[in-house]
Design a protein. Sequence first.
Length: 443
Amino acid sequence: MRATFRTFVRRFVRDRRGNIAVIFALCCVPLITVVGCAVDYARATQMQSKLQAAADAASVGSVAKASPAFAAAGSMTSDGPIPVGVTDAQNIFNANVANLTGYTLGSVTPTVVKTGSTVVSTVTFSGTINTMFLGVIGKTALTVTGSSTSTATMPLYVDFYLLMDNSPSMGVAATPTDVSTMVANTSDKCAFACHDYNDANNYYNLAKKLGVTTRIDVLRSATQSLMDTAAATETYSNQFRMAIYDFGASSKTIGLRALFSLSASLSSAKTAAGGIDLMGVYGNNDAYTADKDTPFSTVFPAINNVISAPGAGTPASPMKYLFFVSDGVADESNTGCAKPTVSGGRCQSPINVSLCTTIKNRGIKIAVLYTTYLQLPTNSWYMKYIDPFNKGPFGPSPNSEIAQNMQSCASPGLYFEVSPTQGISEAMNALFRKAVADARISG
């Protein structure tokens, strides 16, 4: 009997057939836990991604250009929170999670704040997902969190001061065809439509009868078109303000004249631009100015005094741009003339670049539209006094000294030259868009 028992014990010790079941039983709990972790965490990750997408949509949408927050920021005079943006962000988030199930939302916290020229929206969230397997180890829920931040740059506010050269030289015919028409219909072969108050048959009236378009005519319509472009470009109704100046109605009152004071009413500015016209004079060798009707050396300091200090582009502190349109030749009394003076101290010369530098040194940008000074070979005065600096080493503009000085007057990237066959209106609008783009970069 004892031998039989010992044999049974030895056989039991050597038998391995039950080990697999024992091992499986011992490992079952951790295996289920590991698999459960993977399943539950995958569910949590998927839900976190969907909630994150909702937060992203809320932060981006609440500072979009068409959003209530963006509109509200435009009327704020100081930095701070934008409550309407918070409401909008919350609504966007809610709409994006409306059909989601399998979770419990803990909290959603949107903040929308204006700081300087930026609007920042941040949306944070938290939620819980009930577990399916992790309850085995006492983990009945998983928490997911996330945050999304979006930033929008507000459009900059800019004041534009338009300085329009309306001196008699802007009465020259606008195209070669118009020049030929004037030359063919004047006894002295003159291409200038001089607005002489002392002569009822002046060339200004003649040009109108002949249907000749002069530079001042084109400038008038181009300035009106510019106001339409500005209105179509601005994001806020008061983003751009305009002021319009010229050199005076006549030689009797020559000097900086305000045709339209600085205002955000672009429609009113367009109406005022309709009053841009050629300066009138009082006969040859005018009694008031002796034909010196383009006084850059006095007009530029005057416009510099008009323009207040430029700001960072906020509603309370707009950026400042001087928009200068001219053929670039001074005709004035100036003892510091860069060219030999005519009898009587008459100075005819390309614009003195230092006049522009003084303004630019204040942080004011200058956009220049140079209306090419046409060569007038049939005009003896032009040939003697203007032509020598209206051609460069390789011919006329853009190598002329006039063109070079006008370009130097402009701030970098803000110079256009318009030849007679090109459109002044198109060039003015293009220059305006470049100025707006420049403002965004500079700001």
